[in-house]
Design a binder for this molecule. Sequence first.
Ligand code: ADP
Ligand code: MG
Length: 269
Amino acid sequence: MVFRKSKGKEATVDPGKGIIQSQGVVKVYDTGSAKLTALRGIDFAVRKGEMVAVMGPSGCGKTTLLNCLSGLDDVDEGTIWLEGEDLATMGDKRRTSYRAKRMGFIFQVFNLLPVLSAVENVELPLLVDNVKPSVARQKALTALETVGLRDWAGHRPAELSGGQRQRVTIARSLVNDPAIVWADEPTGALDSKSAADIMNLLRTLNAERSLTIVLVTHDPGVGGQCHRIVRMQDGAIVGEEVPANGIAAHPDHYVAAGNGGQAVATAQA
Ligand code: ADP
Ligand code: MG
């Protein structure tokens, strides 16, 4: 299906085929003295309900990929569709509200406000989105319940362990019942026991809610628990695989055409 023309080239991505899709995404950082191409034409697709790990050496562009695909950062070329909608046509206001309503974010650094309690941190995105405070509070408590921290609702981040803090950020990412959660090294700052707990939680959320999760990780053990691992190198996707011991291949597993011609189809469940 020819969906949209970009840069004189026919885009052949069908936005119906993936909750996240990109074609030809290029990102250049201009630091004044130098230009650095962080993404060199990314063709990528994620099915609804997939849990995908993005792996690759430090500096290869993983964080940039997440920031660009989620619309946190602008791209220089290419097209991104989220739930079939072209990010570029959204406009700032719509993009911000789409982000608040449909996406959640989890980062390695927990990004919790130290002066707020767990429940106040979790309800904050809702309050910013003008949700009634009593409703926001109820939703935040439910989200904390989901991550097993209902009893810690009144505690500030400093009173929580690293694993608990990351669970608060997961609760915050879930509070709007998003379609997509983006996680940048969610276990990177955790000991192995806490990391395993966080992965169990993410896998459960993925399985029970068909939550689409894209996570960046350095840890092969984390990547190995996903439906699919996408490998990046030097700003490009250079391959992908279904981990041997991961979740069984996603039934709708979808491999985008392109990927520098190196996409590997591994759709057998
Ligand atoms: P990764 O997450 O894989 O470690 P990043 O996406 O953070 O990689 O970075 C990709 C490349 O872009 C790196 O060379 C990095 O130095 C550069 N980069 C990242 N963010 C910026 C920025 N804000 N300004 C300039 N260069 C950046
Ligand atoms: Mg990074």
